[in-house]
Ligand binder design. Structure first.
Ligand code: PMP
Length: 411
């Protein structure tokens, strides 16, 4: 082996953070929720579900390849709505997989195997791992424009022009809500136009739903886009993750869903994705899936989960507002309104490493890029694209962060 791989652009930030001995250090790299005390948070409903599970003495036998049946039913209903026509008509296929990443990977393998020659279109920018996932599955990917640097908002014209120019029958990867890394989502009207375009061009939308309930605090509102497409009769693929909304990061709980034209197609697709999963990891882990299905299917736990999610989303919204206030106080001449316009866990600050393509925390290839200034001078760890995770920010640390951002924009 001649070459070593550089640290992962997101998880590598945490590694660098751990090496920093400054008491002021702040890790805004990885998208993981922290309390106001900046501690990891275990949801109360998760603890309750685990107690119920211990008492019920379930065994640890292998799950079927497609995963826990109760979980698959619960997760499809959570995604599409309980009384969804596609579910009633047996047109939905769900396979429990290894959180969002594994679900995307199974979907990518399906595309590689059964839709050969079709190109996957990813938003520019997107969550960094999307490119790895499709590339490793041998699927060609290209990018569509998404972010407008001038408005720090959606480049809707660019997005639709690029999807329009893509060959008919391409695959469009769409973030279901709370786009990562920008925090910028299409409006409902814009989603309508994207659905029209996909329908007309025969594109297959592949939704990545990693933040259901975590963006707005409402599970239904955050699932609006994939439901809208499915209810219009458009075939879709959807990867789901319970890392953020149930705080089950390390349990690897998620699913790949296909909403298809008829029940026979759903059966065929299930048989094929089972074959893919069998070769990749054989069958999924049971513990987290039991937690999720217990929480979703018991009304009292479900209600409590919604409250806790609302609290997490609310804490992020409040530090967002505070950051905006602090930035405006320090530098009133600049328009910081993008901070409060963006939604979800992240804020895309507009800080950038300039041409420092090989930027790594502490080893920037250019001496004075402003993201490096955040880390080197202010001990704020963030991804090189200028994304900060507000889920890792406390109210107490917000003034220091605002000062670091204002200072770094001057570099
Ligand atoms: N998609 C997006 C857009 C994400 O932000 C994430 C988590 N950062 C994932 C998928 C998958 O995460 P996980 O594998 O933990 O579910």
């Amino acid at each position: 082996m001649e070459y070593a791989e550089p640290p992962d652009p997101i998880l590598g930030v945490t590694e660098a953070y751990k090496r920093d001995t400054s008491p002021d250090k702040l890790n805004l790299g990885v998208g993981a929720y922290r309390t106001e005390e900046l501690q990891p948070y275990m949801l109360e409903v998760v603890k309750k579900a685990e107690r119920i599970m211990i008492d019920s003495e379930d065994n640890k036998e292998y799950l079927p390849i497609e995963g826990l049946a109760d979980f698959n039913k619960a997760t499809a209903e959570l995604l599409l709505g309980k009384d969804n026509a596609a579910i009633r008509e047996g047109r939905v296929t769900t396979l429990q997989s290894l959180s969002g990443t594994g679900s995307l990977r199974v979907g990518a393998a399906f595309i590689g195997k059964f839709l050969p020659g079709r190109t996957v279109y990813l938003s520019n920018p997107t969550w960094g791992n999307h490119k790895n996932i499709f590339a490793d599955a041998g699927v060609e990917w290209k990018e569509y424009r998404y972010f407008d640097k001038a408005t720090i908002g959606l480049d809707f014209e660019g997005m639709t022009a690029d999807l329009e120019a893509a060959p008919d029958g391409s695959i469009a990867v769409l973030h279901g809500c709370a786009h990562n890394p920008t925090g910028v989502d299409p409006t409902r009207e814009q989603w309508g136009a994207i659905a029209d375009l996909c329908e007309r061009k025969g594109h297959l939308p592949f939704f990545d739903v990693a933040y259901q309930g975590f963006a707005s605090g409402s599970l239904d509102d955050d699932a609006w886009a994939p439901r809208f497409f499915a209810n219009r009769g458009i075939e879709i693929m959807v990867a789901q993750s319970y890392s953020k909304n149930l705080g089950l990061y390390a349990e690897r709980v998620g699913a790949i869903n296909f909403v298809l034209a008829d029940a026979a197609a759903a059966k065929r697709v299930l048989s094929q994705i089972k074959r893919i999963a069998r070769a990749l990891y054989s069958n999924p882990p049971v513990h987290g899936a039991r937690i999720a299905s217990t929480v979703i299917s018991r009304p009292e736990l479900f209600a409590e989960w919604n409250t806790e999610m609302d609290e997490m989303a609310g804490r992020i919204k409040s530090v967002r507002q505070l950051l905006y206030d602090e930035l405006t106080k320090l530098e009133p001449s600049r328009d910081w309104s993008f901070v409060t316009r963006q939604i979800g866990m992240f804020s895309f600050t507009g800080l950038s490493p300039k041409q420092a393509r090989t930027w790594l925390p502490g080893r920037c290839s250019l001496p004075c890029c402003n993201v490096e200034n955040m880390t080197q001078k202010h001990h704020v760890y963030m991804t090189k694209d200028g994304r900060i995770s507000l889920a890792g920010l406390s109210a107490a640390k917000t003034p220091a962060l605002a000062a670091a951002i204002v200072d770094s924009f001057k570099v």
